[in-house]
Design a protein around this ligand. Structure first.
Ligand SMILES: Cc1cc2nc3c(=O)[nH]c(=O)nc-3n(C[C@H](O)[C@H](O)[C@H](O)COP(=O)(O)OP(=O)(O)OC[C@H]3O[C@@H](n4cnc5c(N)ncnc54)[C@H](O)[C@@H]3O)c2cc1C
Length: 392
């Protein structure tokens, strides 16, 4: 039997970020144990993600979270250095480009207002400006686009994860390879977690940061949390023609996204909700490439009519079925049970802000930087969605 002030269930980007921010906080001073069932992260979301960082969201908090991600990534070499070794997450500041048809133009404008009011550097582009800026683009059917001028792009997700983890460990956080299989509750709250090895850890606080497994872990504490795995395929393609200027991470009006990766590109699409079952069968779905991804790309970027599919992988979105938004906060009645999960495809970039928010709740009993009150689990328990429109 062991004791810890804070037990974090899940050592992906989010759990590791929380471990780092707690261990680095002088006002905390407690012990942190991160329980991670698979240190290879073979089925975790983090290393399988596309690594995008953006401020182009529809909800103000998500824009602010994206601004913090930009700042954090900009200072990551200093913040997460261990023994003078500074991590390099390979940030490519390539921007995000959201494209809208006539139907989506008003919503794009509303989102753009939220983003710029929060301080994000996002340009509004009419179709002729789009055609001028990106001569390789077919602007037919487009009514506008928004482009991140600064602070948006992509990183290597696994380097971020390993850097957070290494730093957290160097500051005293302990990582245990084990699986949480039970959460014991007493009168006042959670008392301990039980592990597959038979061990038990008594704890002051439990944070559920188990990615797509969070719904199952919350169930162990008797909490109904609609967060589970939805599989997304990422396709790798090559194109003989070079696009100049470089393609930003582009989200077409059809929902298909594409971004450069080395000399090739990554692309994909989220399936319609009625064809998006919750499952842990992590398999590449070739159908979407032929039926949706390639036709949309070839229409928008005629050079992509002649592409070669060079590979693909699949990974689980940590999908919040209520509103595709993060759940960050304390349980209202089980006061020492916290959540940082349900990021629904944008949790890599939200991991720094989520980790900091959890540190603030545990150390100061309230948010000190970004007010994430609206992200609390109360809205889930009461069935009040806080819908994020820009889920890719
Ligand atoms: C294809 C794809 C593309 C994506 N693209 C982007 C993107 O461009 N930008 C972006 O910001 N986000 C993106 N995401 C989403 C992002 O990857 C996730 O939101 C984020 O990584 C979530 O981090 P996490 O630490 O919560 O979850 P995970 O990385 O899944 O980590 C959770 C960990 O919990 C562990 N765990 C679960 N249950 C237990 C248990 N009972 N006991 C012990 N351990 C347990 C798991 O083993 C896992 O390692 C993408 C995801 C996918 C799949």
């Amino acid at each position: 039997m062991t004791k810890a002030d804070v037990v974090i269930v899940g050592g992906g980007a989010v759990g590791s970020s929380a471990a780092y921010f707690l261990a680095a906080e002088s006002g905390f001073g407690g012990s942190v144990v991160v329980v991670e069932r698979d240190q290879t992260y073979a089925r975790a979301s983090t290393p399988l993600s596309v690594g995008g960082i953006r401020q182009q969201f529809s909800i103000r908090e998500n824009v602010e979270i994206g601004l913090f991600a930009r700042d954090f990534i900009g200072r990551i070499g200093n913040l997460l250095a261990v023994d003078d070794e500074a991590p390099d997450v390979g940030f490519v500041e390539g921007g995000y480009l959201f494209l809208a048809s006539e139907e989506g133009r008003a919503i794009l404008a509303e989102n753009h207002a939220v983003q710029t009011q929060a301080g994000a550097a996002i340009a509004w582009l009419e179709p002729d400006a789009l055609a001028q800026r990106f001569p390789w683009m077919n602007v037919e059917g487009l009514a506008a686009g928004t482009l991140g001028e600064r602070g948006e792009g992509w990183i290597d997700p696994n380097t971020l994860l390993q850097a957070l983890k290494r730093k957290a460990r160097s500051l005293g956080a302990e990582y245990r390879t084990d699986e949480v299989v039970g959460i014991e509750r007493g009168v006042t709250g959670v008392e301990a977690v039980r592990l597959a090895s038979g061990d038990r850890i008594e704890c002051g606080t439990v944070l559920i940061a188990a990615g797509a497994g969070s719904g199952a872990v919350a169930g162990m504490a008797g909490v109904d949390l609609p967060v589970g795995p939805r599989i997304r395929t990422v396709y790798q393609i090559a194109c003989r023609e070079t696009l100049a200027p470089r393609l930003p991470l582009t989200i077409d009006a059809s929902g298909v996204y594409v971004r450069p990766e080395g000399v090739g590109y990554l692309c994909g699409v989220s399936p319609p909700e009625d064809q998006d079952p919750e499952t842990w069968e992590i398999e590449v779905d070739w159908r979407w490439f032929e039926e949706t991804v390639w036709p949309s790309l070839a229409h928008r970027i005629p050079a992509f009519e002649a592409i070669k599919l060079t590979g693909a992988w699949a990974g689980p979105y940590d999908y919040n079925a209520l509103d595709q938004n993060a759940v960050i906060g304390r349980h209202p009645t089980i006061g020492n049970l916290l959540f940082a999960t349900g990021f629904s495809g944008h949790g890599l970039q939200q991991s720094p802000a989520a980790g900091r928010a959890i540190m603030e709740l545990i150390t100061h009993n309230g948010f000190r930087s970004i007010d994430l009150t609206r992200f609390g689990i109360e809205r889930i328990l009461e069935g009040r969605p806080l819908k994020e429109r820009n889920v890719v």
